[in-house]
Design a binder for this molecule. Structure first.
Ligand code: PA5
Length: 450
């Protein structure tokens, strides 16, 4: 949090000890609420021994028959899968069987884009493909339509009697159509705890099943999260990294920083930034009515990637509106490094690069960008990771989830619902002809005509 917390510096440049002290009591109150309510994500690192065993047993039983693992889900039922895969498996994992070993390729077509999904199905040998259909509600139109298409294609390819060998269902244990379908079809089932919302579910079977199939150490992920959970038990903001990071963002937001940019300097973490984008947006973007007045809360999260977006976004961050806080993620040791060879002794503008490594260059670029922003009084902070591994990734997920819960409390909004996305869904149901949504169809058609 280096550049957000500066002794004796005020205003746009950051916050000082007094700013934190002033909010200490509010953080303690928020902590008491969080402890009392115990949102489900807080239990995931500790209460899943049996789930982990079941996932590994299913993986061991199926893996020899599987070349492709496809996640059918959207939003919180997809983004965690992508984030873990990009962070912990090598780039080009799907393309290279040496990287994968015995593990299948992973695909997460998290959209109902016909071109993408049709091409994916055409590209897969469906007789050696498993689909994990993930939907907590078991009704999401995007996920269920992809499932219906996949089921039909699989049945055509392998025959009705073998359909059940190609699907897993990850859903609520007590309700929803996906559960009914899984029971009717005899699919293996994993359950999403009722008190774990989609965007907080990466460390539940939602993220763990694909990770285990793709060779990720899921116990390491959970152990990292448990480690962070223990570090974040303290109500004192000075001893709680999630609370400090959350409070600084809350203060930044109060100061008019309406945009939070997540900018890892590691390609491995680029999809963590995407996952964070959903977590922050859907949890904190809320309308509330207080004393008869409508409040619209929430900081807009933006994902960026260092160094790539230095050449795309940075100009705006340096000189555009002062409405942003930039969150860097710096990785001390990259999984691999590549030395830059020295050539062209006579060309000063190129030969200075020789003898350094790409990892060094990336980290120096991060620090240079940080310094440039700080010199311009542009609010920024850095999460430092020693390396990207299951343990540190589990820590990062947990820290960001807990700070989201904290900021929800500080803003006095419910971080765990998403009423704003229902209306659009209901129009879709109506127009697509779902029973019970006829009024929405009518409303939609009326509005479209006017
Ligand atoms: O965070 C959330 O709750 C949402 O993004 C959901 O994950 C998303 O809408 C998908 O819902 P479901 O898992 O019920 O299909």
């Amino acid at each position: 949090v280096s550049n957000m917390f500066r002794e004796n510096l005020q205003g746009d440049y950051g916050f000082n000890t007094d700013d934190i002290e002033e909010k200490k009591a509010a953080v303690s109150d928020a902590h008491s609420c969080i402890e009392r309510e115990q949102p489900g994500f807080m239990k995931l690192p500790f209460e899943q021994d049996q789930v982990v065993d079941d996932i590994k047993d299913l993986r061991d039983a199926m893996i020899k028959e599987v070349d492709n693992f496809v996640v059918l889900g959207i939003g919180g039922s997809a983004l965690g899968n992508i984030a873990v895969q990009t962070a912990l498996n090598p780039p080009y994992y799907n393309e290279n069987c040496e990287f994968r070993g015995a593990s299948p390729r992973l695909y997460v077509p998290d959209n109902v884009d016909p071109v993408r999904f049709a091409s994916l199905l055409d590209n897969l040998n469906l007789s050696r493909t498993i689909f994990n259909v993930i939907s907590k509600s078991g009704t999401t139109a995007e996920t269920m339509s992809l499932y219906l298409i996949a089921r039909d294609r699989v049945a055509q390819e392998v025959g009705e009697e073998k359909v059940q060998d190609h699907f897993i269902a990850t859903t609520s244990s007590s309700s929803g159509y996906l559960l009914k379908i899984a029971e009717r079809e005899g699919f293996p089932e994993f359950y999403i705890p009722e008190d774990v919302g989609g965007r907080f579910s990466v460390l539940s079977p939602v993220g763990l099943v694909s990770s285990a199939f793709c060779g990720v150490d899921i116990e390491g992920l959970l152990a990292g999260a448990a480690d962070m959970a223990r570090r974040c038990q303290e109500e004192d903001v000075w001893n709680n990294p999630a609370y400090m990071h959350g409070l600084l963002h809350y203060l930044a937001y109060q100061q008019g920083k309406d945009i939070s940019v997540m900018m890892p300097y590691s390609h491995q973490l680029k999809d963590v930034a995407d996952w964070y984008r959903q977590l922050w947006a859907e949890s904190l973007g809320k309308a509330e009515t207080r004393e008869g007045q409508q409040i619209n809360a929430g900081q807009t999260p933006v994902k960026a990637l260092g160094a790539t977006d230095q050449h795309s976004q940075l100009q705006l961050y340096m000189e555009g509106p002062r409405d942003k806080v930039v969150n860097f993620i710096e990785v001390a040791e990259h999984d691999r490094d590549v030395e830059i060879p020295g050539f062209y002794d006579d060309l000063d503008g190129v030969n200075y690069l020789g003898g350094s490594s790409l990892g060094e260059l990336l980290n120096i670029e991060k620090r240079a960008t940080e310094m440039a922003l700080s010199q311009r009084g542009r609010l920024n902070c850095t999460i430092k990771m020693p390396e990207v591994n299951p343990h540190t990734l589990g820590q990062l997920f947990y820290m960001l989830e807990l700070e989201t819960a904290l900021v929800g409390e500080l803003l006095d909004i419910n971080a765990f619902n998403q009423p704003g996305v229902e209306l659009g869904k209901n129009y879709t149901y109506g127009v697509m002809g779902r029973e019970g949504y006829e009024d929405k169809k009518e409303e939609f058609e009326q509005q479209s005509r006017s």
